[in-house]
Design a protein around this ligand. Structure first.
Ligand code: MRU
Length: 367
């Protein structure tokens, strides 16, 4: 997608030096600074995933795939690759794309003779990235049909609420939840996005707002608690969120607060509105081994500092962090929640839009 009218992906290899490296956009600096960072080792890639310089389920999958390619620069034995894979998978537990990408890399590499592994690792990681873009484009095309149908009914701008960042910054390119938004905007279908700020890390306010602005899509940032009110007032036409892991039964695990949006969307019927709740999900995000998201998905608990400290730009222009809690305050910081399938209207995948209880009809091309 575009940054200052120049096309970027979120991650790419650079082989212009003596040894190849991976370049990423440092998402901890946005929206105030657009900084590209070079990652040259497995350790650095694990660090980038843990500190959320790269984040978003599909992107951490792609980053971990390149993490395997970087690992192989130092050693390509079975044992070392298995250990590297374990370390990458442990770096963030909830998004299944990470495990999926690492296992795909590992299985592919272990099946090859050792001398062939180095080149094969870089090719496979690049393939995972290319596939991600194709999946997201297909999600965009299917989601566009939903938006277009609604526009034909309402004959006005369609207001879409989204939570966290499931745009191009969360993927290699194009995004998942925002893919239909970009597809609609590009096709001349008028859309406006309600952007949840998404405490504690503010991925909505700092990332979604930034990338929508870069692409010229109209948006309004709201505090996380405003969504229910706007739905009661008929100011939201549909909710589209991304996902970190979806069960075979259609339970959707996504950024903390997503569940509350689904509850409000379902209740909007009582106020004369019917706000559909969609999750945009590429197949590597589906964990076919799970049937109950609430009891089976591990929810990442992140550091208390994410709630305690807020960072932003001072009036002087300086970037600073401020503490917003009383000293010694106890903090709980679960990073994700699960929206049960019964609250989900549809799952927008690269193969089409499925009711949650029909998800099993998908062809399992990414296991
Ligand atoms: O903790 P994050 O920023 O990695 O969480 C991201 C989300 O919850 C996204 O909505 C999800 O990964 C879908 S990304 C296409």
């Amino acid at each position: 997608m575009l940054v200052d009218n120049q096309h970027y992906r979120t991650i790419w290899p650079n082989s212009s030096g003596v040894v190849p490296v991976v370049e990423i956009i440092d998402q901890t600096r946005l929206p105030h600074e657009f900084k590209i960072v070079e990652i040259s080792s497995l350790e650095q890639m694990i660090g980038a995933i843990k500190t959320m310089q790269v984040r978003g389920a599909p992107l951490i999958g792609a980053a971990a795939a390149y993490g395997m390619a970087l690992a192989i620069l130092s050693e390509s034995s079975d044992e070392y690759l298995q250990l590297s894979a374990q370390r990458l998978i442990a770096s963030r537990p909830t998004a299944v794309n990470l495990k999926w990408a690492v296992e795909r890399m590992l299985n592919h590499l272990l099946a090859l003779p050792v001398p062939e592994r180095l080149q094969a690792a870089w090719i496979e990681a690049a393939l995972i990235c290319e596939e991600d873009i194709l999946l997201n484009r297909a999600i965009g095309a299917h989601g566009l049909q939903l938006i277009d149908r609604m526009r034909n009914e309402k004959l006005r701008t369609i207001n879409i609420l989204t939570h966290c960042n499931a745009g191009w910054l969360a993927t290699v390119d194009f995004g998942t939840a925002l893919a239909p938004v970009y597809a609609a905007h590009n096709a001349g279908v008028s859309v406006h996005v309600w952007v949840d700020e998404t405490r504690p890390r503010n991925q909505g306010a700092s990332l979604t707002a930034w990338e929508l602005a870069q692409h010229g899509v109209p948006y309004t940032v709201i505090c996380d608690n405003a969504g229910g009110h706007l739905m009661q007032q008929g100011q939201v036409d549909m909710v589209i969120v991304g996902a970190d892991r979806v069960t075979a039964t259609g339970d959707v695990c996504n950024k903390i607060g997503t569940y509350l949006k689904a509850l409000a969307a379902v209740d909007s019927v009582a106020f004369g509105h019917q706000v559909p709740f969609y999750a945009a999900v590429p197949s590597p995000t589906i964990d076919w081994s799970l049937r109950d998201g609430v009891s089976q998905i591990e929810i990442e608990e992140r550091h208390a500092d994410e709630l305690a400290w807020m960072s932003g730009r001072l009036a002087s222009g300086e970037i600073a962090s401020v503490n917003v809690l009383p000293q010694g305050a106890r903090v709980a910081n679960p990073a994700f929640d699960v929206t049960p399938a019964r609250l989900v209207t549809g799952i927008i995948t690269e193969q089409g839009v499925f009711a949650p209880d029909q998800l099993h009809m998908m062809q399992r091309t990414h296991l």
